[in-house]
Design a protein around this ligand. Structure first.
Ligand SMILES: Nc1ncnc2c1ncn2[C@@H]1O[C@H](COP(=O)(O)OP(=O)(O)OP(=O)(O)O)[C@@H](O)[C@H]1O
Ligand SMILES: [Mg+2]
Length: 258
């Protein structure tokens, strides 16, 4: 092991929507090259944790660090906000998020979708970005779909386009929120394969998923959230093979039943 700081470090994070406490002190680390899966029932706070991590949501207490650099805050409690907009942009552009619903631009071709953020946010050279975008679309198996619009693709192809779009930002880490949940089972497997390939090449990833097989196959570490707290965490073999908490056992048996 090197002594590099984790790419993502979330420490004692608290998040409430008004009176509703959603995260009650959650700490999660994603060391470089590791895949962390977040599992738990609906409403346990998984998406909120990813969105706080990406600074899409404010949080009231706790620290976030990226490659050792702490997010600076101003204000406290419900008035706490990131202090430095440049830092927020830098962090956000280094964490590509992939959503359940793909969120591709309907009026742009697949190639334009993948090129958009590197051109407008990172202001990179167009020819270079185009070459990279085509290579990433090839990598996820839809290199022949560059010139069509999202509506002309299957859900699995759209999700792979969304992953290529995330990769084209050359991020430090990828955050996935239920990347396969909107897909039919056979299309789901196309996306699972891409995620497994990314894990095998050493990408740092945090994945919220209901797919326990995916979590078991790709993760270095699995975190089970229950009502805004970590109920249990560990290596996938231990967590799935010998769950300690009653709640995790109940969750796993309910998940395997469907
Ligand atoms: N914008 C919001 N305003 C108010 N409450 C919210 C908001 N977003 C989420 N919540 C609440 O926060 C809690 C956690 O939601 P979150 O979306 O993080 O759950 P989740 O674990 O991702 O669930 P699921 O598996 O259904 O996606 C829920 O009780 C939800 O209703
Ligand atoms: Mg969610």
């Amino acid at each position: 092991m090197t002594d590099q700081p984790p790419v993502i470090e979330i420490n004692n994070l608290h998040k409430a929507y008004g009176p509703l406490e959603v995260l009650k002190g959650v700490s999660v680390k994603a060391p470089r090259g590791h895949v962390i899966s977040l599992i738990g029932s609906s409403g346990s706070g998984k998406s909120t944790l990813l969105r706080c991590c990406n600074l899409l949501e404010d949080s009231q207490e706790g620290d976030l660090r990226f490659n050792g650099e702490a997010v600076t805050w101003k204000g406290t409690g419900h008035n706490r906000r990131p202090a430095d907009p440049k830092q927020v942009l830098r962090i956000r552009t280094n964490l590509s998020m992939v959503f359940q619903q793909f969120n591709l631009w309907a009026h742009m071709t697949i190639l334009q979708n993948v090129m958009e953020a590197p051109l407008t946010v990172l202001r990179r050279d167009r020819a270079e970005v185009e070459a990279a975008a085509r290579a990433y679309l090839d990598k996820v198996g839809i290199g022949d779909k560059c010139d069509v619009y999202p509506a002309q693709l299957s859900g699995g192809q759209q999700q792979r386009a969304a992953i290529a779009r995330g990769l084209c930002m050359e991020p430090e880490a990828l955050l996935f929120d239920e990347p396969t949940s909107a897909l039919d089972p056979e299309l789901e497997q196309e996306v699972v394969k891409v995620i497994k390939d990314l894990a095998a090449e050493g990408r740092t990833m945090m994945i919220v998923t209901h797919d326990m097989k995916l979590a078991a196959d790709v993760s270095d570490h699995v975190v089970f959230l229950h009502q805004g707290l970590i109920e249990e965490q560990g290596a996938p073999d231990a967590l799935f093979g010998a769950p300690k908490s009653e709640r995790l056992r109940g969750f796993l048996s309910a998940t395997h039943a469907d």
